[in-house]
Structures are given as structure tokens and as C-alpha cells.
Design a binder for this molecule. Structure first.
Ligand code: GUN
Ligand code: ZN
Length: 642
């Protein structure tokens, strides 16, 4: 059973329950070669705190002493590892050395007989150079074998491996078929050659097309990815599990892993590492160490690099900043930068999963930042949902200080008195003054010196919006200070934010009769919106977006047909949810597919009556797939809490 605890991009911090304990994801499973233990499983557990490892059942089965021992005392005792053990099936050996002498059923049964927690099908490794026909044919065999493995798995979990070489449509097809089977984890296989050859942008397409087809409620394992350099990107794309044989393999030939690549000991100018394995050593002393001890030190160094990076990745996911870390990491190698640029092609798919807001500021790290879903989302929302208060625009430029209307109140007032709407050309594109406090506009930090991509893109998207929404556009500095028109900036803002967040139809339903705004005395910001005597919305100071109150939800539900903004729950959940408890996915019977994580949602009963309001913790598709976990974080509904 898998549960999402925290998310960012497609990344998730998850809880994966197995019969040997709970694994927090993202997690890396060090590979144990049962014949050569460079670092013992016991040390991996006690010293490095790994809660899961992976070993090879094919090697064990083909080594008589190991086979007998494993079947007699079980894999956990044989390896002296109390945590979770995953085993592979021999597929990788067939990739390396040709045919293997075992059938799918034999190796699955064998894995069961030695007490593996997560066993692997004997899938067919689809090589990157294979033709499409050859790949398609072999996928059918892998699918049949997976079906069989799921039938006979017993209480062992099964890895259903997604294959498909470099063909995105075959990857997605294979993933979709796998999603319908009773597999427990989905490794993405056949990618080792891509990583060895630095073909990271193809890796992006392979992972993303597999993710499109997979069931989101199962962990995804990226088979053979264990270099710290690729982990942030892989986690951002929604990979939960990794395995590394390289930590030991590289150590045996004096190669040290670092976050920015791998270095051969003989080519290094200095050691420059203070990990527990290297501490106190110099390059010279390490070079002089005898082979066995040196291998042990480097293997440990490599493991520390991996564990440090994973810990950092988790921190960034928790802070909602994994895009920033990934963009930084992808500058370690031009091939990684290609991968990051390739990821932009998947922006629309990622947007469905990308949280609508986050705590803290969004940092721009370079032109690739423009590939993040927030950019596309902002532009499509203002194009679709923005209605200007006047039909004339006055243009200003981003001076770095935000929110814009607080940075230049006199200028904005001057143009408004002449009937113009101030529009700032920002790195996000055009920002009407009334939207300058919503996430991510006010919560983003850009370098003062703009790059060419930003200049070109923000100008062209601004031109498009101005053309579509206004009849006249002037430079804000050219508007004389003699206007006398009256305007109510707060009410304009209150409606504009509502349209941006909920759409125009919902806004028409929400804003009826007399509108009163409660403004914070300290900040001057809108706090509550009262419409026709009812408190319908509260604005959060942090992201400038609304929380929806019960009275507001009632209006939307009366005006707009279900499933708009709805999460409908089963009768047995209603008493709990009405008391303010969260909605769990197993109780959801219907959900609006357009709701994004962190978006406001209306919880309804079977008669479309409002039970509560809250914020989405998952997407509709995830809610349908998951057996466990919070679908909507419900707020009690009382008072004007935000
Ligand atoms: N190890 C690395 N790649 C693969 C793969 O594609 N399948 C299996 N079973 N193991 C692997
Ligand atoms: Zn080190």
C-alpha cells in the first residue's frame, strides 16, 4: 500500500508499506551482489540507515550454496538485513550476457521461496537500438509474463517492469496494460544504456511516457539509476525508487561519485570531500591505501553522496522547491541540461499534478525555469479568465519591486483616473495590476538583468493579451495626470482574483448584490469578501488566493452543474466530514478532473449539497487510483480562518 505524504511537481514523499516494514520514498536501494559484499547489508542498515536493498535472485538460484541457504533460512537472515529486500530476476543478466536459463514461473516461484518482499518478473530488456516491431513484440511477452507473475505471487509483491525502448507510444501502451494488472511496483526498465551513454533527454521522454500510462497509486522505480546527479530530475518526474550498483562497481575501479559527475582517482587534483568515509584522508593517502581498503572507502564515499543528495531532495520536496534544485543539478552536465529542456515538452502533463501554490518564494534559476508548469498555467488562465475593468491598457515594466501596485501607487492611480488598467510586462508575461498579489506573481524572484528568452516571451504573450482584451494600449508614462474617473481598486482586485482562481462563471455566482470587503488594517490587503451579507471568500496573505467559505460554495453549487469544483463523498463519510475531518480517497465517489493539488474544492453529498470546503491534496485521477490517503484537506468552516 502506497500513500502520498507530500508532493511537488510529479515528485512525492510517500509511505510504502511492505511485509518487512514501511519505506519512505523517494528511496534508493543499494544493490547487494550476494557473492561480493563490498559493504555488508548490516552496515547498510546500521550505518547508512537504508531501509531497503535489492539483490539478484538469479545469481542466488544459480549458486548452489546460496540457493540452499536462502531456501533454508530465508533471504533476510542469509543477508543479515532486517529491512525490505527487493530481488531482480535475471533480466539484466540477459541484457549483459545473452539468454538466461530460467523461466518466468521458475524465477518468480524461487523469489517467493526465499522470502523476498518485492520480486521481479522475468521481463525482456528492450534495448535502445531495437526496431519498433521488435520492441512491440517483446512487450507482449513481458505483459504475458507479468500477468502470470501476478497470478502466482502469493504474499510477495511484484515488480511489473515497463519496457518499450525509446518509443514513447510503446512505453505508454506497456504502462497502461501494466496499470490494469495486480502488480505492486512499476520499475521503468531498459534505461541503463541510455544513462551510460548520457542520453538523458531520451530518458526524460521514456520516463514521462511511462508515467502517463501508469497507475499513480503505485511506486515507480527507475531501474539502474543510482548516480546522485540524476536523482533530483528523476524524482521531479515522479520516480519513487532507485537502485545503485555503481556505488560498489565504481569503487572497484577507483571512481568516485560526486553530485556533479564521476571522477577517477588518478585524474583528481585533490580529494575535496569531508564525508565520514573520506574525513581525515588526503588524495595521496587514499591513493596509497591498499586496494581492498580503498575500494571499501570509495564505496562508502559513494553511498554518502547518494544519501546526502536524497536527503536534500526530500527537503526540497517538503519545501515545494524541487524545480529549483533540479534546475541547478541539471547544470552539472550539458546532457542533463538537454534533459531539463526536453522536460518542457511535457509541461502540460506535469501541470495537472503541479500544486497551485506553495509557501515561500519561487526562484528563477535561468531560462529553463520558463519550462515549469506555473508559467503555462498563469498565461492560459489570464487568457481564458481575465476580464479587464476598463478597455484601455497602460503599460509599465517590471522594476523588480513587488507587488507592483505597492511599488508604484502614484503611477497606477494616475492612469486609473484616466480610465486605463495598469498592466505590467513581467517575466511571466502581462500582469494586470489587480492580479499582482496572486501566486506566483508576487512570490517570485527574478534576476534584475533579463535574459533574451524572457524578454521575447513576455513581450509576445503581453502583445497577445493586450490585443485580445483591450481596445487601446499606451505607455503608462505617457498618460497625463489629469484624470478624474473614480475606481475601486479593491473590488476590481477581489473579482479579478476570483475569476483567475475559480473562473468567470463561478465568479458571477459568487459576487452578487452588495459587495463589502474587510481590509486588513496592518497590511491594507483584502481579508474577507462579503457579498449580499454573506461571507463567501477569505484571501490568504501568503499567496493572494482565496479560501472558499461554505456560503460561497453554496452559491457555486446552485449556479453551476456538478462536477464543477466538486468532490462528492459517500454517505458513510458525511458525518465525519461535516465535523471538519479530512476526506479520504476511498470515500470519494466523483471528482472534478480540473481540480489541481492545493486548489479549493467543494465537498458534496449524493444530493449535491455542500458538506464542507477544503483544499485538494490529490488530483481526481489519483483519488480514483489510491486506496488510502487524504484526498481533500477539509477546513472546519467556522469563522474566517485562512
Ligand atoms: N535492471 C536494470 N534494468 C533492468 C530491466 O530493464 N529489467 C530488470 N528486471 N532489471 C533491470
Ligand atoms: Zn567522501
Amino acid at each position: 500500500m502506497f500513500e502520498i505524504v507530500k508532493r511537488d511537481g510529479l515528485a512525492r514523499i510517500g509511505r510504502f508499506e511492505t511485509k518487512s516494514g514501511v519505506l519512505e520514498t523517494p528511496a534508493l536501494l543499494p544493490v547487494i551482489n550476494p557473492k561480493i559484499c563490498t559493504v555488508t547489508p548490516r552496515e547498510l542498515c546500521d550505518e547508512f540507515a537504508f531501509s531497503a536493498i535489492i539483490t539478484n535472485s538469479y545469481i542466488i538460484k544459480n549458486t548452489p550454496e546460496l540457493k540452499a541457504k536462502a531456501q533454508e533460512i530465508g533471504l533476510h537472515e542469509m543477508l543479515d538485513f532486517p529491512g525490505i529486500i527487493m530481488t531482480d530476476s535475471g533480466t539484466f543478466q540477459s541484457h549483459m550476457y545473452g539468454e538466461v536459463e530460467v523461466t518466468n514461473e521458475e524465477i518468480v516461484e524461487f523469489q517467493k521461496s526465499i522470502g523476498t518482499d518485492i520480486g521481479t518478473v522475468l521481463d525482456i530488456f528492450t534495448e535502445p537500438h531495437w526496431t519498433k516491431d521488435q520492441t512491440a513484440e517483446s512487450i507482449e511477452v513481458t505483459l504475458e509474463r507479468t500477468e502470470k507473475a501476478c497470478e502466482i505471487k502469493g504474499d510477495m509483491m511484484i515488480n511489473g517492469v515497463v519496457q518499450g525502448s525509446v518509443y514513447p507510444d510503446l512505453r505508454e501502451y506497456c504502462a497502461r496494460k501494466m496499470a490494469d494488472m495486480d502488480a505492486d511496483v512499476h520499475p521503468i526498465g531498459g534505461v541503463v544504456p541510455l544513462m551510460e551513454q548520457y542520453r538523458y533527454s531520451e530518458l526524460v521522454d521514456v520516463v514521462m511516457s511511462s508515467k502517463r500510462g501508469l497507475n499513480p497509486s503505485r511506486p515507480v522505480h527507475l531501474f539502474g539509476a543510482g548516480h546522485p546527479m540524476v536523482l533530483a530530475l528523476a524524482v521531479l518526474m515522479g520516480c519513487d525508487l532507485f537502485d545503485s550498483a555503481s556505488y560498489a562497481k565504481f569503487a572497484r575501479d577507483d571512481r568516485m561519485m560526486f553530485i556533479d559527475g564521476t571522477c577517477r582517482l588518478q585524474d583528481m587534483q585533490s580529494l575535496g570531500c569531508n564525508c565520514p568515509a573520506c574525513r581525515g584522508l588526503t588524495l595521496e593517502s587514499l591513493k596509497k591505501t591498499d586496494k581492498k581498503k580503498k575500494t571499501a572507502i570509495i564505496a562508502r564515499h559513494n553511498l554518502y553522496q547518494i544519501t546526502d543528495e536524497l536527503a536534500l531532495i526530500k527537503r526540497y520536496v517538503r519545501e515545494g522547491r524541487l524545480w529549483e534544485l533540479t534546475e541547478t543539478r541539471c547544470r552539472a552536465h550539458p546532457a542533463m541540461l538537454d534533459a531539463l529542456r526536453e522536460l518542457k515538452k511535457h509541461r502540460e502533463f506535469m501541470e495537472k499534478y503541479d500544486p497551485i501554490s506553495r509557501d515561500g518564494a519561487m526562484f528563477y534559476t535561468g531560462t529553463e525555469t520558463r519550462g515549469r508548469p506555473v508559467f503555462g498555467r498563469y498565461l492560459s488562465r489570464i487568457q481564458d479568465r481575465y476580464i479587464p475593468a476598463t478597455d484601455k491598457a497602460a503599460i509599465f515594466y517590471d522594476g523588480g519591486s513587488k507587488p507592483y501596485s505597492r511599488a508604484r501607487p502614484a503611477d497606477f492611480d494616475r492612469v486609473r483616473r484616466s480610465g486605463y488598467t495598469p498592466v505590467v510586462i513581467s517575466p511571466f508575461g502581462p500582469v494586470p495590476a489587480e492580479l499582482d498579489e496572486v501566486y506566483p506573481i508576487a512570490q517570485s524572484v527574478f534576476p534584475q538583468a533579463e535574459d533574451t528568452d524572457t524578454q521575447i516571451e513576455s513581450k509576445s504573450s503581453a502583445a497577445e493579451l493586450l490585443e485580445r482584451k483591450f481596445t487601446e494600449t499606451v505607455d503608462g508614462m505617457d498618460v497625463p495626470d489629469d484624470g478624474t474617473e473614480e475606481y475601486d481598486a479593491d473590488t476590481i482586485r477581489a473579482k479579478a482574483v476570483s475569476r483567475y482562481q475559480f473562473g468567470t462563471e463561478a465568479t458571477d455566482a459568487l459576487f452578487v448584490g452588495k459587495i463589502e470587503l474587510v481590509i486588513s488594517k496592518n497590511t491594507g490587503k483584502i481579508r474577507n469578501v462579503i457579498s449580499d451579507g454573506k461571507h463567501i471568500l477569505s484571501m490568504r496573505a501568503g499567496d493572494g488566493l482565496y479560501t472558499l467559505k461554505k456560503d460561497g460554495a453554496d452559491r457555486i453549487v446552485s449556479a453551476i452543474r456538478t462536477p464543477f469544483m466538486r468532490v462528492r463523498v459517500a454517505d458513510d463519510a458525511i458525518p465525519f466530514v461535516s465535523e471538519g475531518r479530512n476526506v479520504f480517497c476511498q470515500f470519494v465517489t466523483e471528482c472534478d478532473e480540473n481540480l489541481r493539488p492545493m486548489e479549493e474544492a467543494i465537498v458534496t453529498d449524493g444530493h449535491d449539497r455542500v458538506i464542507a470546503t477544503g483544499r485538494m491534496a490529490m488530483t481526481a485521477y489519483e483519488i480514483k487510483s489510491f486506496k488510502k490517503g487524504v484526498a481533500v484537506k477539509v477546513r472546519s468552516g467556522a469563522g474566517d480562518e485562512t
